[in-house]
Ligand binder design. Structure first.
Ligand code: KIV
Ligand code: ZN
Length: 385
């Protein structure tokens, strides 16, 4: 029996914080409905205290979806918690996500406080949020850089105060996977009553390690992972939903499952990219334009012999159109023959040779050869033969 990993999507909160990516309420509801179809367990819909627009979006999302839990962010202060609770009133399942810094850097330089006072504030915030909802998630901001003993104390205290989920964020994307994994293991082994809450991981991508750190967290006992579509988010972004979903699906040996309908990934990636006016980088894992494009001769030949020679994911499994063979000056005869066959032209080895030579000349000049270029390469005599 596999363990379930809950997918907490924060595209509409951490993702939407990116400058230029702001959505209006109608667009946010459209994304939320798509996330529901995708099968996410929790939608973090916004930060109600931040603006009336964000408050309203949380209200509308809470009304629009029924399956996922709808979550609202707050700092560990009553004013934020009040507004989060108010925005979630119509949610079938509402969660308040409250929290405070846990690293000495944050405690000293951001909160200008002490470990003791911060601990008290954390406990008070969880108790206060529990007055409004049964499901309270606590985030220990900058846990990646926090002292592990203090973090253990904090996690234990907020669970005792009633937190149902405890989020361990690597807010600054600083940790290495083995360090982050060891931190989660330490909490799982040392926090009293850790089984009364779900441990969640929330990683940022400043060193390109967000997904690796999240997976290390899951391997060590975290059972919720916080993600965004296309990995959008503050600075270098957050752990991307599509990467985690496909890692957990491809590596059955991790013995965990999610509820994600992976065939909805590609359309959702495109929806978010279009609405947020945030293009997906071509080489982005899973959802980039080139994720299933084969362009060098050796790879194309191997791919055409057997797809799995060069693909670990079937594009249909993520809802993408399919694999493609891109013709460039690095392409070989096998790829050229394949593309010509797709256009309805069959050539034997000797007839293909002069076409291949003309193809290489054109590809050196044009960089990428499209179907209409190919047609212009074939002479009438060659077609007739
Ligand atoms: O990165 C972070 O620490 C956050 C918290 C607000 C959860 O986004
Ligand atoms: Zn974050």
């Amino acid at each position: 029996m596999k363990d379930r990993v809950f997918i907490f999507d924060t595209t509409l909160r951490d993702g939407e914080q990116v400058p230029g990516c702001q959505l209006n309420t109608k667009e946010k509801v459209e994304v939320a409905k798509g996330l529901e179809e995708l099968g996410v367990d929790v939608i973090e819909a916004g930060f109600p205290v931040s603006s009336p627009g964000d408050f309203n979006s949380v209200v509308e999302i809470a009304k629009a979806v029924s399956e996922p839990t709808v979550c609202a962010l707050s700092r560990a202060i009553p004013m934020d918690i009040n507004l989060a609770a108010q925005a979630l009133k119509q949610a079938k399942r509402g969660r308040i996500h409250t929290g405070i810094g846990s690293s000495d850097i944050h405690i000293e330089h951001k909160l200008k406080s002490t470990r003791e006072k911060v601990l008290e504030q954390a406990v008070a915030a969880v108790k206060y949020a529990r007055k409004f909802v049964e499901d309270v998630e606590f985030y220990a901001e900058d846990a990646g850089r926090a002292d592990v003993h203090y973090l253990t104390q904090m996690v234990e205290a907020v669970i005792a105060a009633g937190a149902t989920v405890v989020n361990i964020p690597d807010t600054t994307g600083y940790t290495l996977p083995w360090q982050f994994g060891a931190k989660i293991k330490h909490l799982m082994d040392n926090v009293q009553n850790v089984d009364k809450a779900i441990i969640s991981v929330h990683c940022h991508n400043d060193l390109g390690l967000a997904t690796a750190n999240s997976v290390a967290g899951i391997q060590n006992g975290a059972r919720q992972v916080e993600v965004t579509l296309n990995g959008i988010g503050e600075r270098a972004g957050n752990t991307s939903l599509e990467e985690v979903a496909m890692i957990l699906k491809s590596h059955q040996d991790l013995e965990v499952d999610t509820n994600i309908d992976t065939t909805r990934i590609y359309p959702m990636s495109r929806l978010v990219s279009r609405l947020m006016k945030m293009p997906v980088q071509p080489n982005k894992a899973i959802v980039g334009k080139n994720a299933f494009a084969h362009s060098s001769g050796i790879h194309q030949d191997g791919f055409l012999k057997h797809r799995e020679n060069y693909e670990i994911i079937d594009p249909k499994d993520v809802g993408a159109d399919g694999s493609s063979i891109v013709l460039t000056a690095r392409s070989g005869r096998a790829a050229l023959r394949h593309r010509l066959e797709n256009l309805g032209y069959l050539f034997d080895k000797s007839d293909l040779e002069p076409i291949y030579m003309r193809f290489l000349e054109m590809a050196d000049e044009k960089k990428q050869i499209e179907d209409e270029d190919l047609l212009s390469l074939i002479t009438q005599e060659e077609v007739a033969e």
